[in-house]
Write a protein that binds this ligand. Structure first.
Ligand code: G16
Length: 572
């Protein structure tokens, strides 16, 4: 047996042509290539994310893709959807995966034109084409380019991220695999031309990246009404695609279909390195949009999405909508959209997401579910029709139309609320606060900490949890401190250690956990939430309002002393 990358043996597969090999029968050389041992391919919060350079190591990507195929043994003859956010290495990875899919017996792969599909569009296609699953190439909001990040995620037949049972099976396979299978051809597969082609026995369908998604949006929202809003001279909007995947979708949706003026969508050309920025729609990384909305002659409405199009940020004129409030607003106004009128079954939010949406759900007598961070935990609640909306503090919200969060859907939802109510963004949110009180919310991230250091800080707090009850935090006290454990109400599976929760007596909370999406060291996230319902205190400065909670959590973890940093890297 020779070394890494060597061909171990060739074999052949045949199509369903004549058994005696008469014309119609085609064959393909498959090579089985040896790889080395990998112990680092455990999927995180959302697939496997690593530096591009790691994925470019010979055999690394192939090994992980083979592990995915091993974890779904029912794949022979089935359909796979394939696409990515267009980041650096996207196109090379698509070529490799197509050749591996053919060698592993998939019946058909539907690939977005030029390898492009947003995460929501891919989720929709899995459902529409009744595919067994899909592979999405993205590291979401992480930066792209040769020095930055890449990622691979497997979604299952409901269109959603693979649940832990499958991600753990992928990881197990990755640890025991020693080889992968790939079609033995150097030929470049044409993924630019829409239509069907054969890679020997496997059909490759190159599809329009945006058409199906836009048709789905048209089925949910009233495009005539939205068009009236976007064509009106009394309403102005800016959408920043951050040079990521939503550019073509947003140009088609807002400007072509809904008639917004050209120029409504900015940074709409997807670039492999996102123009050098972080494709992360928040106050820090979407700075240019924020400056526009807070500047003179600001438009009425601003929005942005992330690298793969599943996140959203909403801005009004000089007004930022916290993603937690965005979810609460959507639930509170769902009846204004015919598609959801009277149809809402319940709502789910990730544990660190503020309780603003809980207040709305209680008022509407709807069930509310609190899940660990990660969209994968929402899938079976949606499949079981227990919830209609889901959302997270990390700028994600979605509904049962797919099984992923959906950035442009959220923007259309907000535009629909504005079209129906004729209120500004600030008025819509202020009314929510007046009715339910305000859950002041902010997340502080300490990024790329040495992993050991970050884990020690978390274990140190875990050890003290039982002693925290009754301790003072600002002018309130700790009611309960625990380590979040989730038991899935549908399949009974249990997820332990999903983050530390410190509940305060006045409904406020401090949460801390380690991120599962970073690629360098560990990122420690603090989530601060303070509930205030005094009518004269609904418009205070967020960071000042949360200061007592911040001081307490920083003291408890000693994060500033241990990390030698006086400030977090990102505050959202
Ligand atoms: C992913 C997950 C989200 C999660 C976010 C942040 O989003 O799908 O559920 O909230 O990561 O996760 P963490 O706090 O572990 O870094 P995306 O948009 O990155 O795919």
């Amino acid at each position: 047996m020779s070394g890494l990358g060597s061909v171990l043996h060739d074999d052949q597969i045949c199509n369903d042509g004549d058994a005696d090999g008469k014309p119609g029968s085609v064959s393909m050389q498959i090579k089985t290539v040896q790889t080395k041992e990998y112990q680092d391919q455990r999927p995180g919060t959302s697939g496997l994310r690593k530096k591009v350079k790691v994925f470019q190591e010979p055999g690394y990507l192939e090994h992980f893709v083979q592990a995915i195929f091993e974890a779904v043994p029912e794949h022979p003859g089935a359909t796979l959807i394939l696409g990515g956010d267009g980041r650096y290495f996207n196109r090379q990875a698509i070529q490799i995966i197509l050749k591996m899919a053919a060698a592993n017996g998939w019946g058909k792969v539907v690939v977005g034109q030029d390898g492009i599909l947003s995460t929501p569009a891919l989720s929709h296609l899995i459902r529409k084409r009744k595919a067994l699953g899909g592979i999405i190439l993205t590291a979401s909001h992480n930066p792209g380019g040769p020095e930055h990040d890449f990622g691979v995620k497997y979604n299952i037949s409901n269109g959603g991220p693979a649940p832990e049972s499958i991600t753990e099976a992928i990881w197990a396979a990755s640890k025991s695999l020693r080889s992968y299978r790939i079609a033995d051809t150097q030929a470049e597969i044409d993924i630019k031309r829409i239509g069907n082609q054969q890679l020997e026995t496997m059909t490759i369908e190159v599809c329009d990246s945006t058409a199906d998604y836009i048709a789905m949006m048209e089925g949910i929202f009233d495009f005539n009404h939205l068009s009236d809003l976007l064509r009106s001279k009394y309403f102005t909007m800016r959408y920043d695609a951050l040079h990521a995947v939503t550019g073509p979708y947003a140009h088609a949706l807002f400007e072509k279909h809904l008639g917004a003026p050209d120029g409504t969508v900015v940074h709409g050309v997807p670039l492999e390195d996102f123009g050098g920025g972080h494709p992360d729609p928040n106050l820090v990384y979407a700075k240019s949009l924020v400056n526009t909305l807070y500047g003179e002659d600001a438009p009425d409405f601003g929005a942005a999405s992330d690298g793969d199009g599943d996140r959203h940020m909403i801005l009004g004129r000089q007004f930022f909508v916290s993603p937690c409030d965005s979810l609460a607003v959507m639930l509170a106004h769902a009846d204004l959209i015919a598609h959801y009128h009277g149809q809402v079954k319940g709502v789910a939010r990730s544990m660190p997401t503020s309780q603003a949406v809980d207040a709305v759900a209680r008022d509407l007598h709807l069930p509310i579910f609190e899940t660990p961070t990660g969209w994968k935990y929402f899938g079976d609640l949606m499949d079981a029709d227990r919830v209609t909306f889901c959302g997270e503090e990390s700028f994600g919200a979605g509904s049962t139309h797919i099984r992923e969060k959906d950035g442009l859907w959220a923007v259309l939802f907000w535009l629909s609320i504005i079209a129906e109510t004729q209120l500004s963004v600030a008025e819509i949110v202020s009314r929510l606060w007046q009715k339910y009180g305000r859950y002041y919310f902010s997340r502080h991230d300490y990024e790329s900490l040495p992993t050991e250091e970050a884990s020690q800080m978390m274990s140190h707090v875990r050890q003290q949890l039982s002693d925290l009850e009754g301790k003072k935090v600002g002018d309130t006290t700790i009611r309960l401190a625990d380590d979040f454990r989730y038991q899935d109400p549908i399949d009974g599976s249990v997820a332990e250690h999903q983050g530390i929760r410190i509940h305060l007596a006045d409904q406020s909370r401090i949460v801390m956990r380690l991120s599962g999406t970073g690629t360098t060291g560990s990122t420690l996230r603090f989530y601060f939430e303070r509930f205030i319902d005094r009518p004269d205190a609904l418009h205070k400065d967020v960071q000042k309002t949360l200061q007592p909670l911040v001081e307490y959590a920083y003291g408890l973890t000693q994060v500033q002393q241990i990390s030698q940093r006086t400030l977090p890297d990102v505050i959202t």
